[in-house]
Design a protein around this ligand. Structure first.
Ligand SMILES: Cc1cc2nc3c(=O)[nH]c(=O)nc-3n(C[C@H](O)[C@H](O)[C@H](O)COP(=O)(O)OP(=O)(O)OC[C@H]3O[C@@H](n4cnc5c(N)ncnc54)[C@H](O)[C@@H]3O)c2cc1C
Length: 538
């Protein structure tokens, strides 16, 4: 840990939130907070955006979060949905035989396509300009965070000019979000340990622009060839990606050369004549999660909190879930709408959720990265025997429940699972629910009035904290346009759902259950803050 020198400003002005890292997770957190008027300062080490290829698929839930951020209004075109005949995920062996096929074209419960291709640098450019357009958000590029101190009132962050270490400043915020990536300095400064899984593999990632129109068999294909494990994926409009595992007879340097990329892509007839190499880089795929995601007023989010091999396309999706789960809590606490104890469940809910996804990503990685021809052949036989077995493990990301303790209704099987969004029609306007009706907390009934048994006082409390109440039906004033809500409610055996700002279910039931649900939510939100002896919030 570096020594903290005296700050150059004696008393820096205290903003509401400091964020370290202007990657996608830090930017999304900043926009979510900035849109509510909170004063946010983001500190980013590098003077310009990271240009290398990383995430290229994103799921429906993450797109609903980007919808809340305001990105989808003008920039939905950044994302290419997996649909049609060639949508989906295929796993093939070295001989090209199909080992498993997953149809990704199912309707997804968040109102967006189940899986979507995109180009991360384009998304980051949009997010950065959205953050900069917000009057209460300041982005300070070219400053590295290198020391953190906290007290009962806030956090002091020491930052150094990245290109000139003699320039130091102190920044002050009520809370700090560390979205500073896999090598998080803040995580280390807070002394937070991580748990590592044993998984580790070097892969070359090659992004290219096809110069000719070409049909591929699937949106994503994993080639489980022990001679050369590879992945081919649609990576956003007009783009494709290949990923190749490093074999022991190839050094990292050799793998990283452009001629190696061309050689490895040749079997698929991707050549300099029909494709333009855009970027290529070698990454070490790992799996890791932080043991604590909070230290007093400091919270970890995104890759700073967790890392996974990208076989399920979930690293960024998980980071965006963190941003949403954290910002609604922080915003409510700062606004006096919730006690600080709601912050305790950020770690417990998110850590268990992401661990399940990491474990599945590692399992898929181990299957794909098998280099032993005998074991690979046995794997192929097993998978071919189960090709048509719906019970066979999928390569869909799992849909975990939030971990415990959580802000959810006790004893409800649906609580802690992802909620639903679909098209509704109100006064002739058709659109996704969050755009047409919205609401941070959503109380929705199907064919019933969810407020039937709720006192005026409880209704006022719910509306005051940004709740909306809707009664949907097939032909009423809020129309369930394509029956998606009906199917969802019937599938879960309920008539009412109460959803949280991060789209997870607080509780379900019938109108008779609503007063109890709202009362228990009010109690959960209003528990008193917990202080440690040092005065910091625990
Ligand atoms: C090859 C590859 C493929 C992937 N594919 C997918 C996919 O298909 N789908 C998916 O969901 N995810 C995927 N991921 C994961 C995804 O890219 C990451 O999870 C995501 O970029 C993490 O975002 P972040 O904002 O948490 O961290 P980052 O994007 O790493 O941002 C952290 C930022 O913090 C800054 N920073 C670091 N230290 C400091 C400091 N001391 N002071 C100030 N600033 C600092 C850094 O400069 C950086 O800008 C993939 C990753 C890789 C490598």
């Amino acid at each position: 840990m570096k020594q903290v020198n005296l700050p150059t400003r004696d008393k820096p002005e205290q903003v509401d939130f400091l964020i370290v890292g202007a990657g996608p997770v830090g930017l999304v957190a900043a926009i979510l907070l900035g849109r509510e008027g909170w004063r946010v300062t983001i500190v980013e080490k590098w003077p310009s955006r990271y240009p290398m290829p990383r995430a290229c698929t994103i799921d429906h839930e993450a797109l609903r979060i980007l919808q809340a951020v305001g990105t989808m209004e003008e920039h939905a075109g950044l994302f290419e949905p997996s649909r049609g005949e060639r949508g989906g995920y295929q796993i093939r062996n070295g001989a090209g035989s199909l080992l498993r096929e997953i149809n990704w074209n199912r309707p997804a419960e968040s109102g967006w396509a189940n899986t979507n291709g995109f180009y991360q640098p384009d998304l980051e450019e949009v997010l950065e300009s959205m953050a900069e357009d917000l009057p209460s958000v300041e982005l300070r590029r070219g400053w590295s965070a290198d020391a953190v101190a906290q007290d009962g009132d806030g956090v002091t962050l020491t930052v150094t000019r990245t290109i000139d270490e003699s320039h130091r400043e102190s920044l002050r915020g009520s809370w700090l979000i560390a979205a500073d990536g896999a090598n998080s300095v803040v995580r280390d400064l807070m002394g937070i340990q991580s748990t590592d899984s044993d998984f580790e593999a070097d892969w070359l990632v090659v992004d290219y622009v096809p110069l000719v129109d070409r049909q591929w068999d699937a949106f994503v294909t994993q080639y489980c060839d022990p001679a050369q494990p590879a992945t081919a994926v649609t990576s956003g409009p007009g783009r494709r990606r290949f990923e190749f595992m490093r074999r022991s007879d190839c050094s990292v340097e050799e793998l990283g050369r452009p001629e190696t990329a061309w050689r490895l892509m040749e079997p698929w007839d991707v050549t300099p004549e029909n494709a333009r190499l855009e970027r290529h880089a070698v990454y070490t795929f790992r799996a890791r999660w932080a043991q604590d995601w909070r230290s007093g007023r400091v919270f970890l989010a995104g890759d700073a909190a967790h890392l996974m091999p990208p076989f399920l396309g979930q690293g960024l999706c998980a980071g965006l879930r963190d941003a949403r789960a954290l910002t609604w809590r922080l915003s409510m606490v700062e606004a006096g709408l919730a006690g600080a104890s709601v912050l305790n469940s950020y770690s417990t809910e998110r850590k268990a959720h992401v661990r399940e996804i990491i474990e599945e990503a590692v399992a898929v990685g181990e299957m794909v990265c098998e280099l032993d021809p005998r074991r690979a052949a046995e794997r192929d036989d097993r998978m071919i025997a189960r090709l048509n077995d719906p019970e066979a493990a999928t390569v869909e990301p799992p849909h975990p429940k939030l971990g415990q303790p959580s802000i959810t209704a006790a004893g409800d099987e649906n609580a802690g699972r992802l909620s639903v969004q679909a098209q509704v029609e109100v006064d002739g306007v058709v659109g996704l629910f969050d755009d047409v009706i919205g609401g941070t907390w959503q109380l929705i009934g199907l064919d019933v009035d969810p407020l039937l048994n709720v006192s005026a006082e409880l209704q006022t409390w719910f509306l005051r904290m940004g709740g909306t109440v809707s009664s949907l039906s097939g032909d009423g004033p809020i129309r369930d346009v394509d029956g998606a809500y009906r199917a969802w409610f019937e599938g879960r055996g309920c008539k009412v759902v109460l959803s949280r700002p991060d789209f997870y279910i607080y509780g379900t039931g019938t109108p008779e259950d609503v007063p109890r649900l709202l009362e228990s939510l009010r109690a959960a939100l209003n528990n008193s803050p917990v202080y440690t002896e040092a005065g910091a919030l625990s």
